[in-house]
Design a protein around this ligand. Structure first.
Ligand SMILES: [Zn+2]
Length: 342
């Protein structure tokens, strides 16, 4: 867990709207009033060594050139299960393990499911993952290989979310969207970047955004550091609810994109995501699927094999800086997931 012994008691969830408090082992996943949970944690609470580990490491930051544009790729796809979600899963499973929780369920479009299934296996927890019925076969195989049970739900990601909530039984809802413990784990990426850049915050971070796990996690992490990079959220032009909310444009019909990690039609933490982008002086942009494909090919022909969702961020950065970028800007692109999964 993040703290040891008695100090852990000081951590609890509270409602973002009415401030009502809930213990970490609550079987509620949001407040009775409908508000989302946030995590209360004293500032002096240090991150303790994780009891449950799959060999997490500081992911490399690799310089990468596209024409005249230079970027820094954060190689998150090299983490134990092949995605950045391992950070959140490691944080949350360690916390749940300390609370004595033995049975969890969650919904996922794939990567979070694989991360949670792996860390749950390491902690000897029973795990059930609800997924849309059209996720890649590789992701299904990976989740099942860790010993988790898969429940496939027809008609998309939002239906999988509804299904798990209806069928929780005695399982703890270990959601990477509702549960703030997951974001707590993602924060480590912000601290790593700060260290890797010699105690500097990057100027820009481009990231694919679906449910906003990375965006909110990085926002919280850089808030601890005391300075925010400009966050640029990249969405597919076929499914862009954050783009529409941020730019206050009318919602258009959501269609299926090749970037399956960001096929999220109704993100639960939309308000928080908009705030993170605003506070950072960032932006939300969309890219067409053809540019995502092109970016994935560009990366793979240079030896970097990532999933389409990761390539969307590179496509976004190239589009954003199409008229050039100042040489001294440090622009980080986290590669969210391994290409072997799709
Ligand atoms: Zn409330």
């Amino acid at each position: 867990m993040f703290v040891k012994g008695k100090e852990a008691i000081r951590m609890y969830f509270y409602c973002e709207d009415c401030k009502k408090e809930y213990p970490l082992n609550t079987h509620s996943y949001k407040c009775d009033c409908g508000g989302m949970f946030r995590l209360h944690k004293d500032a002096n609470e240090a991150v303790a060594k994780h009891a449950i580990s799959l060999g997490e490491f500081v992911t490399p930051l690799v310089p990468f050139q596209v024409g005249k544009l230079d970027f820094l790729l954060k190689m998150e796809h090299l983490l134990p299960t092949g995605s950045f979600k391992d950070r959140g899963a490691c944080g949350m499973i360690n916390a749940l393990h300390d609370l004595g929780i033995k049975k969890i369920a969650l919904d996922s479009s794939g990567n979070a499911g694989a991360s949670m299934a792996a860390y749950a296996a390491a902690a000897d927890m029973e795990c059930t993952v609800y997924t849309p019925d059209d996720i890649s076969q590789e992701k299904v195989k990976q989740i099942e290989a860790y010993g988790a049970k898969i429940v496939k739900v027809a008609n998309g990601r939002m239906k999988a979310c509804a299904a798990v909530k209806q069928n929780l039984g005695d399982a703890y809802y270990a959601s990477h969207v509702y549960n703030p413990l997951f974001f707590e784990g993602i924060k480590s990426m912000a601290h790593e970047l700060y260290d890797q850049l010699g105690h500097h915050v990057p100027d820009y971070i481009f990231m694919p955004v679906g449910n906003g796990t990375m965006l909110i996690g990085l926002f919280l992490g850089f808030m601890e550091i005391g300075r925010l990079p400009h966050f640029v959220a990249v969405q597919s032009s076929k499914c862009a609810p954050l783009y529409e909310a941020y730019h206050e444009v009318p919602a258009s019909p959501k269609r299926t994109t090749i970037a399956e990690g960001i096929r999220i039609t109704k993100p639960k933490r939309l308000k928080e995501m908009v705030k993170a982008i605003r506070d950072s002086g960032g932006d939300v942009i969309t890219v067409p699927d053809k540019d995502i494909l092109k970016a994935q090919k560009y990366l793979s022909h240079r030896g970097i094999y990532v999933e389409m969702t990761s390539a969307a961020a590179l496509a976004g950065a190239v589009q954003f800086f199409e008229n050039g970028k100042p040489d001294n800007y440090k622009v980080v692109i986290p590669l969210t997931g391994n290409g072997l999964k799709r």
